[in-house]
Design a protein around this ligand. Structure first.
Ligand SMILES: [Fe+2]
Length: 683
């Protein structure tokens, strides 16, 4: 029994430690909220992933209790634009990952405007030094670690797309395969990948029979997991053979030139075209890029004029007119083991002999720094030209190609001519570079979009003397914009405007890169509200001007309760101000220094008079502690018209004010010793 237990323990230990990851981990179908991790173990095991936002804290986990060698596990519920670190293994232990080099970054929400870095390689799966040199040249090129989208242009594993070839010429190539731990790839298949798909019946690698698109099977389709249902944007193809996705404000179509077949039925092509229509009809992204394997135009290791290049011909005649009808910007292919880059062209669907100058929309090099960018408008309505790139030399090369296709502006070929395509896309600008395996940039061009669109600005209302704060609202355009707010001198995206009367302003935004200028007008209504002023009348009454508003008086900046008339009779010296109001507007006067005369409340030295409260409500009291003989009073209005008068017979007299309208009045006293006029306010 003891012997059996020991054997079992040994067996168990061997099982445990025999587990080795022999492919990957690599990643597929990243979206703004999910990603698929894949890897292969040398023995069957369960499938588990650990992940988190720092390599030292992989606190979240997913597990599938299966027993497989080829592991596929999807993580969802992720945050957009977030870097996650990960490890993979079986239920009990980590087998790979948990390093600073094992991470992925989720996409932005589809459509969000962010900088996009694209790296495209074609015909690379040779397992040779050139393939690694191309990759290393890119990795030494500045922002390679910021790569957002890695495109595979087909012929990913030579010679037949066998699983063993993917293993030895893609996943296990020294100096190449280290990118898999952090960079998902977006594949398209080539004819060599279809060597296995079509293995049952082919002529020159192309099938006799029309196999339904949903039945295309083989190692390529086992290795990739592409979004069939627009999980990353685009329109669902519901197939693995072709698909689309977004990264930010860039739309990508991964097409499949290998759906052509020798039955000449065009069934596969037509199904792809039907989906392309659906996909591109709903597309509003700033740039659209299609990539597939067999190019419409090439004079490299494949000559698109050759009679047997039926797939290249079909893509040129059937697919390119549709892509151009949606005005897509860039088509990137492989297959021909050279680099070729066209002018900005449209309408070329025949052999190279049918190419003429009228098909060239822009015959310059497209170089922005030399003042020659390709400029298109921002809509996809009409064809304004497309740039065609062949980059089938990211591991393959061709000795002495002719490279004389008249559509091409730049070419690079030869036995050691290898490289890749690098795109940097931001806002309305696409910069493309051909990066040779030597690290040298062989070609560079820029496509700009006149896609600046201003949004209408709502009219605003302000009070006279106030400013209006307006901010330009727009979509599209580059980083190099200028603003004007005529007739003001403001030049910012946000303007502070000081109209003294209602004014219509014209906002003009100009994109210095494209020369596009757009204008919109905005009305700023000004409600008249003059600056209030304070003056003294009758020596001891404060008068606010102008009249006809609501008023509030202040002393030392504090509102005086009840002091809400145009006039105010201060009883003390101080710093007075008044606020005038009308509808939604109010303005406050400058401070006014008022000095109260002390003699005014004395009939004669020592004979003081008090009149209170002032301002008064329904009554006011007059006190004369030493009431003189024959004292009389008179209440008069502001203009001296008497309202009430009589004899004073008590040291304190209460005067009801109920019949007086709110306003300024005077209490006038007459005694043998003298006369005194005291202003008061009836509220
Ligand atoms: Fe090919």
């Amino acid at each position: 029994m003891k012997y059996v237990v020991s054997l079992m323990a040994l067996f168990s230990a061997c099982t445990l430690y025999a587990q080795v990851v022999i492919r990957g981990p690599y990643m597929q179908s990243p979206t703004h909220e999910s990603i698929i991790l894949m890897w292969r173990t040398d023995a069957n095991s369960s499938t588990r992933v650990w992940y988190g936002t720092s390599p030292g804290n992989l606190s979240q986990t997913r597990i599938i209790n299966n027993s497989v060698k080829d592991h596929i596990i999807k993580i969802d519920g992720l945050q957009p634009e977030t870097r996650y670190y990960y490890a993979v293994g079986d239920a009990s232990m980590i087998l790979a990952g948990q390093t600073a080099g094992h991470f992925f970054t989720t996409h932005p929400q589809p459509g969000r405007e962010v900088p996009v870095r694209v790296w495209a390689i074609g015909d690379f799966g040779r397992g040779n030094t050139g393939q690694a040199e191309v990759k290393n040249a890119y990795m030494h090129d500045g922002d390679s670690l910021k790569t957002n989208v890695w495109l595979w242009l087909g012929d990913n594993a030579y010679n037949d797309g066998k699983d063993s070839e993917y293993q030895s010429k893609v996943f296990q190539v020294n100096g190449f395969s280290d990118v898999f731990s952090w960079l998902p790839f977006w594949p398209s298949p080539g004819n060599h990948d279809y060597g296995e798909v079509w293995s049952e019946s082919t002529l020159l690698g192309i099938p006799y029979t029309n196999i339904p698109l949903s039945d295309h099977q083989g190692p390529y389709f086992d290795i990739v997991e592409v979004p069939r249902y627009a999980e990353a944007g685009g329109y669902p193809s519901q197939l693995e053979v072709f698909y689309s996705f977004d990264y930010g404000n860039v739309h990508f179509l991964s097409l499949n030139s290998e759906v052509w077949d020798y039955t000449f039925s065009y069934d596969g092509i037509n199904q792809m075209l039907a989906w392309i229509h659906q996909d591109l009809q709903q597309n509003t992204r700033a740039f659209t890029i299609a990539y597939f394997h067999q190019p419409p135009y090439s004079k490299g290791s494949h000559d698109s004029d050759d009679a047997y290049e039926l797939v290249m011909k079909a893509m040129r005649e059937k697919v390119i007119p549709v892509l151009e009808s949606y005005d897509i910007d860039l088509v990137v292919c492989g297959h021909s083991h050279v680099f070729e880059r066209s002018y900005l062209i449209k309408g070329h669907y025949g052999n190279s002999s049918s190419f003429d100058q009228s098909m060239i929309v822009n015959g310059t090099n497209g170089n922005l720094s030399q003042g020659n960018p390709y400029i298109k408008d921002g809509s996809y309505g009409t064809s304004e030209g497309t740039v065609y790139v062949v980059c089938g030399n990211s591991g393959s090369s061709e000795n002495a190609p002719s490279l004389d296709h008249p559509a091409m502006f730049y070419t690079h070929g030869g036995s050691s001519a290898m490289g890749s395509l690098v795109l940097d896309i931001h806002k309305n600008r696409l910069d493309a570079r051909y990066l040779k395996s030597t690290g040298e940039v062989g070609d560079a061009f820029t496509i700009l979009k006149k896609n600046l669109q201003l949004n209408a600005l709502n009219p605003v209302s302000i009070c006279e003397g106030d400013s209006a704060l307006l901010t330009a609202s727009f979509s599209g355009g580059s980083d190099s914009l200028t603003y004007s707010w005529s007739p003001s001198a403001e030049t910012g995206a946000t303007a502070v405007l000081y109209p003294t009367a209602s004014t219509t302003y014209t906002l003009t935004v100009t994109d210095l890169l494209t020369g596009q200028s757009e204008s919109t007008s905005v009305q700023v209504n000004v409600e008249p509200m003059p600056q209030p002023a304070i003056s003294v009348i009758n020596g001891n009454i404060l008068a606010a001007s102008p009249g006809g508003y609501s008023y509030q008086w202040y002393i030392s900046g504090n509102p005086i309760a009840g002091a809400t008339g145009q006039y105010y009779a201060p009883m003390v010296s101080g710093s007075y101000s008044v606020k005038i109001s009308s509808n939604n507007c109010a303005r406050i006067s400058d401070a006014f220094a008022y000095t109260h005369g002390t003699t005014g409340l004395e009939l004669q030295p020592g004979l003081t008079v008090s009149l209170y409260p002032n301002p008064a409500g329904s009554e006011i009291r007059l006190q004369l502690p030493l009431l003189p003989e024959n004292a009389r009073y008179r209440i008069s209005d502001l203009y001296g018209n008497p309202i009430e008068e009589g004899r004073l017979s008590a040291q304190e007299t209460v005067f009801p004010l109920g019949r007086l309208a709110p306003g300024m009045y005077f209490m006038q006293l007459y005694t043998p010793q003298g006369a005194l006029s005291i202003p008061f306010v009836r509220n």
